[in-house]
Design a binder for this molecule. Sequence first.
Ligand SMILES: Cc1ncc(COP(=O)(O)O)c(C=O)c1O
Length: 383
Amino acid sequence: MEPIYLDHAATTPIHSDVQAKMTDVMQHHFGNPSSIHRYGRDGRKLLDESRTTAAKALNAPFSSIIFTSGGTEANNLAIFGTAHAYRAQGNHIITTTIEHHAVLHPCEQLEAAGFEVTYLPVDQSGQVRVQDVQAALRDDTILVTIMAVNNETGVVQPIQEISDVLTDHQAVFHTDAVQMFGVMPIDVTELGVDLLTASSHKIYGPKGVGLLYKRDDIHLEQQLLGGEQERKWRPGTENTLAIAGFNQAIQTLQANREKRHEHYQALQDRLILELEKQGIEFSVNGDLTQRVPNIINLSFPKTEVEMFLTNLDLAGIAVSSGSACTAGSIDPSHVLKAMYGEKDARLTNSIRFSFGIDNTEDDMQIVAEKIKPIIERLEKVVT
Ligand SMILES: Cc1ncc(COP(=O)(O)O)c(C=O)c1O
């Protein structure tokens, strides 16, 4: 049996369109976009085309796109950049307990540097409450950073409603939309955000490239010093190869977004159906309606995640616990902890399935059939 990859929220393979584009760039377009000669102009053209594509995909102006080395760097630039640029106006930052570490760790570092950070809780739905944002807002709040879609549960956060609350407030509003970009259409004006993060390797593009949308009137303190690239927001010779791949991944995504969305939903529905058919006991972590179709986090009582993942891997199924793996052991997920509390069994028996364009509905049947005996075995060990 061919292995079945169900960990697309971690990363996706590179799409064949993207491979073709990158091969062409590698062979024929190596110029440094800052050079005056024809090779440089050629590199500049690639860059401009990519910026146009990214801007269009977000319904944003050309000048608002800053290419970065990925989602992590874009989040760091947004958070440190805003906090330091607006410090004269306040010292308070609002975020949530379920953010990716590329948001949480910068916030923790700012806290250590003297900023005050409010970490908003979530309930069992995995969603942040708009009234909690309202209640946490202070006159000296300078930054609100809340993710658009949670990477472990797939739960969609009420970004537009939060932006309504912030309308007349000075706070800059950043959203980490890494897990939203590939599945939901994004219009930064409709969403009402000032800063937005996206990453290429979650949408069938290459790793090591992403972007920060920055509304033109928002100021950031530079985090890197060097040349004039990306209007100085992100100096360093542009990674034109990866950016061109990202460009192609966005174009292919835009042309297929609805089809992909339907496909992911069909896979998710089929997986649930097949698990039920097998009589497997499970529950869904997080809200059942406010979610993207390509990520589902399931708890399997009487199992233990590390053994479960290893057994699934041996059976040819690649999934993840959704949380970090440190030194070979899996830390309990901070997202599930925020939803259920420290002691809940779901922290140690939950698995994230994330679907991709190459998965088939038949795969879902195979997955459920393979899970059944594994769970039966694990039940004997764990209980
Ligand atoms: C929600 C979220 N934010 C940020 C990142 C980091 O993006 P990158 O891997 O491009 O640095 C990820 C990747 O796992 C993510 O899921």
